[in-house]
Ligand binder design. Sequence first.
Ligand SMILES: *[C@@H]1O[C@H](CO)[C@@H](O)[C@H](O)[C@H]1NC(C)=O
Ligand SMILES: *[C@@H]1O[C@H](CO)[C@@H](O)[C@H](O)[C@H]1NC(C)=O
Ligand SMILES: *[C@@H]1O[C@H](CO)[C@@H](O)[C@H](O)[C@H]1NC(C)=O
Ligand SMILES: *[C@@H]1O[C@H](CO)[C@@H](O)[C@H](O)[C@H]1NC(C)=O
Ligand SMILES: *[C@@H]1O[C@H](CO)[C@@H](O)[C@H](O)[C@H]1NC(C)=O
Ligand SMILES: *[C@@H]1O[C@H](CO)[C@@H](O)[C@H](O)[C@H]1NC(C)=O
Length: 698
Amino acid sequence: MFLQFLIICLFTMAVRGTLVNPFYRSKPGCSAMCGDIKIPYPFGIGNDTGCSLDNSFYVTCNMSESPPKLYLGSSNIEIYNIFDTELRVKTGVSYRCYHSNGTVSSEFSYNWTSLSTLTFSAKNMFKVIGCDDYAVITGEGGGDYFSSGCIGLCSKQPDALTRRVSLRQGCCQNSISKGLQFYNVTLNRFRNNPDVSSSSSSNCSLAFLSEEHCFQFQTNHADDWDLRDRIESNAAVVLDWVIASEQTTNCSESNMCKDNSECYDVHGGGYRCECKEGYYGNPYLDQGCQDINECEHPQIYACHGDCINTPGNYTCTCPLGYVGDNLKSRFGYCERQATTHSKKLGIIFILLGVILGTGILALAIWMSKVVQKRKEKKRRDKFFKRNGGLLFQQQTSSGEDAIERTRMFSARELQKATDQYNRNRIVGRGGQGTVYKGMLPNGKIVAVKKSVLVDETQVESFINEVFLLSQISHRNVVKLLGCCLETEVPILVYEFVSNGDLFQFIHDESYEFPTFWSIRITIATEVAGALSYMHSATSIPIYHRDIKSSNILLDEKFRAKLSDFGISKSVMGDQTHLSTLVKGTYGYLDPEYFQSNQFTEKSDVYSFGIVLVELLTGKKPIYSIGPGEMRSLATLILSMDERLILENIDDRVVSDGPKEQLIAVAKLAKRCLNLNGKLRPTMKEVATDLEGIRSSSH
Ligand SMILES: *[C@@H]1O[C@H](CO)[C@@H](O)[C@H](O)[C@H]1NC(C)=O
Ligand SMILES: *[C@@H]1O[C@H](CO)[C@@H](O)[C@H](O)[C@H]1NC(C)=O
Ligand SMILES: *[C@@H]1O[C@H](CO)[C@@H](O)[C@H](O)[C@H]1NC(C)=O
Ligand SMILES: *[C@@H]1O[C@H](CO)[C@@H](O)[C@H](O)[C@H]1NC(C)=O
Ligand SMILES: *[C@@H]1O[C@H](CO)[C@@H](O)[C@H](O)[C@H]1NC(C)=O
Ligand SMILES: *[C@@H]1O[C@H](CO)[C@@H](O)[C@H](O)[C@H]1NC(C)=O
């Protein structure tokens, strides 16, 4: 009865499967896979088959097991995966059991001193599960000795009525030093806790090595043996591998690094090879590393303008007549040179004016300024009338009073707020414009969206956004504070949302905030709620039409705010779809809409499904699986069963995402991605399902 609910423990789940650098190929002519485990060279199947670099890298694949299993050399140590510097193998659990008739114990050791290429990674932790038990780990590697220990203590026998034990009771973990090649474990018991030693129940203590990042584990009825099995079949030990043999253990003596790769010595012995920057391939294979044609992978190597591949790099230039900035970043852009040209001309004019500052000229300038001011005012009036007119048209055709609810800003007010649209104030670039951070005279921080290129066709989309957003009032939709109609293309003013967007949250490695599962599922639920509201609760249904992670903003409390309604549409009366030119973002586009040009509410559901999969897997909607090979997230998830889905879950959510929730969300995503729109759930059903899944953890 005792250990039964004591075992709320933290341990690792093995990251199994196919998350291998796609550029790490096997040797030509050798098996590349064992089941779904990739075997990159220098590893290879079979002793003396020439597929592995030498005997220390040979592995065995047993195809008669299902799924096929991979073993280290001729041993029975199962390999879960092989990465470019490390591999994961099944862990061994030491245990000591106490029976009424005496003691049974088993200790465990690993000895890899004969394979000079493998060492235990410092990513592993030494873990002990038990009450009143301690374990000692002794190890050595590269001539150094290491020893450490861990004590599992339970302060009190848990109250059988409340059945609550504080987290980590009876559990302990400790780090190990890097470079160990051998370890053994000894388990023992203090016998000073009467609750435990006199108890007839708590009888086994366990100790093992496994990767640090953990997930919560709770068992209510499993007995100790069951737990040991579950650890052995779920926890992995991380091993670092290096190239090493007796004679050549560092780069200067001899190295196997092929063309376009670099050799680096590994602290503690051995060396590894790495492709030079801008090259891909397997640096240990004869063909060496090849130049990446970055221009073919715009999703990874951004280029605004014309892209030219160069060895190891690529260049980006704006087309003739355009100038730009940050061409290789996500925020880069090219703009018509004319604008800067005329600015320069203006400066020269003013300089000339100063130099030739005669009274007549001054007078002339003064006069021209007056004229210009008048012209400027006329222009503003003209734009205001046209833009306001368009908005007015939209609202009269719908019976909504959009203008009434929208605050009008003057062009000058917004110029001041954004420090003349200072580049340093840029916080993002949407489909139709640049977003600046601005401060109103009353100190309120706002986001100001301005079109980059002056383009008549954008007027409509900006007006459209004003109109739609002024009708939506939902806490998970970005709030439109007002707009400025005095400019050629209207400028929109929103509430400022401080924590970037969901794209950065998932894919940007420099994103500085936690990206836990609990936050992710909350975001998903909120976005689904907002979409469900737009589809069914507003007076006229509104389709967003450009759902993607970069259009979901996050505020300081990581609440989701749906944004960018530039191409959204409201649907009148009993219309069920819109026939339009296909707009949206590649990767998120509903294939059915792409073929039929008919946008239905289920097309938003599809795009939302892609966002769900992004949240689960941490992959981009279109991602590269090798040179010239791109894969879409939708095809990936649709081809997967439960087990494969769990293997492809983002490492960062594995630690706190309950397995049932992850599976449930993956299943829901699959339904959203059904190729037949009619079979997809409605946004309302999706929102309800997500709410249910989210609350299932409590
Ligand atoms: C692998 O082959 C080598 C050379 O034939 C042999 O010395 C070694 O014992 C073999 N190892 C195993 C595990 O079969
Ligand atoms: C492969 O696995 C099967 C089934 O577990 C087992 O019977 C067989 O002995 C294994 N073969 C080798 C070479 O280990
Ligand atoms: C004690 O009991 C366990 C199971 O109850 C058994 O496996 C073990 O062999 C026994 N040990 C001795 C020394 O009798
Ligand atoms: C590990 O194995 C090697 C070779 O099999 C042996 O020489 C060495 O003594 C072993 N080390 C320990 C600590 O058992
Ligand atoms: C564990 O290894 C150390 C050396 O690394 C050795 O001194 C000790 O005897 C070993 N213990 C057991 C139980 O094998
Ligand atoms: C642990 O103790 C319980 C209760 O005495 C007993 O039923 C169970 O068989 C024991 N487990 C082991 C592995 O000895």
